[in-house]
Design a protein. Structure first.
Length: 202
């Protein structure tokens, strides 16, 4: 096995260990079907577009974080409505995709100015709003700040490939912290998903 392959294998193990407190063993096909049902509630009759307000109300995350996720789904800079197909596709990637898809999605969320790179300020803004939402202690805030600074210690600005390599080979703490938050405060509960799975299987 190559060094990258070994690192990727270790990343997978760390990912499962960190997220063991929350259910993450979701099937992407199930999610695609589930989120397709959700779009029927979020869209107007005969309209397959979802605007930011509907997205924000569904996600129930801090406004800044919801905006960052929403912007990662669209090509432009404005908060243009997204298609129900994109809503289904990207949320399925976010919550049920493999490591590669999750890395890509997190990078796009961190890239808040959409210049195809991320930097320390971008990520600090994201985590600043998480601090407020979670009402973290000063110690936890300082610990996360140290993680952010350490992540960018080798490169002040990263494109996607650099971000991926840094997570896989050097420092995965930042990626895992953000993903833990996403799963901890996911916009659905496990019971509703289980009920939906049982309903479509019958």
């Amino acid at each position: 096995m190559t060094d990258e392959g070994e690192n990727r294998s270790q990343l997978q193990k760390q990912y499962q260990t960190l997220l063991s407190q929350v259910k993450t063993d979701f099937n992407i096909e199930l999610f695609t079907s589930y989120f397709r049902e959700i779009t029927k509630v979020l869209t107007e009759e005969d309209d397959e577009m979802i605007d930011f307000l509907a997205f924000y109300n569904y996600m129930k995350l801090p406004m800044f974080i919801a905006k960052a996720i929403y912007k990662s789904f669209v090509l432009g800079y404005d908060f243009i409505p997204i298609s129900s197909d994109d809503f289904v596709k990207y949320l399925s990637y976010l919550y049920a995709g493999g490591i590669e898809l999750k890395l890509r999605m997190v990078f796009k969320i961190f890239d808040i100015d959409k210049d195809s790179t991320i930097n320390q300020n971008d990520v600090q803004l994201i985590f600043y709003h998480l601090h407020s939402f979670l009402n973290m202690s000063d110690k936890n805030v300082n610990d996360i700040e140290d993680i952010i600074v350490n992540f960018f210690s080798t490169s002040a600005i990263m494109n996607y490939e650099q971000f991926k390599q840094c997570v896989i080979q050097n420092n995965s703490d930042l990626f895992f912290l953000f993903y833990y938050f996403l799963f901890k405060f996911k916009p659905f509960n496990d019971l509703s998903l289980d009920h939906y799975s049982e309903r479509i299987m019958n």
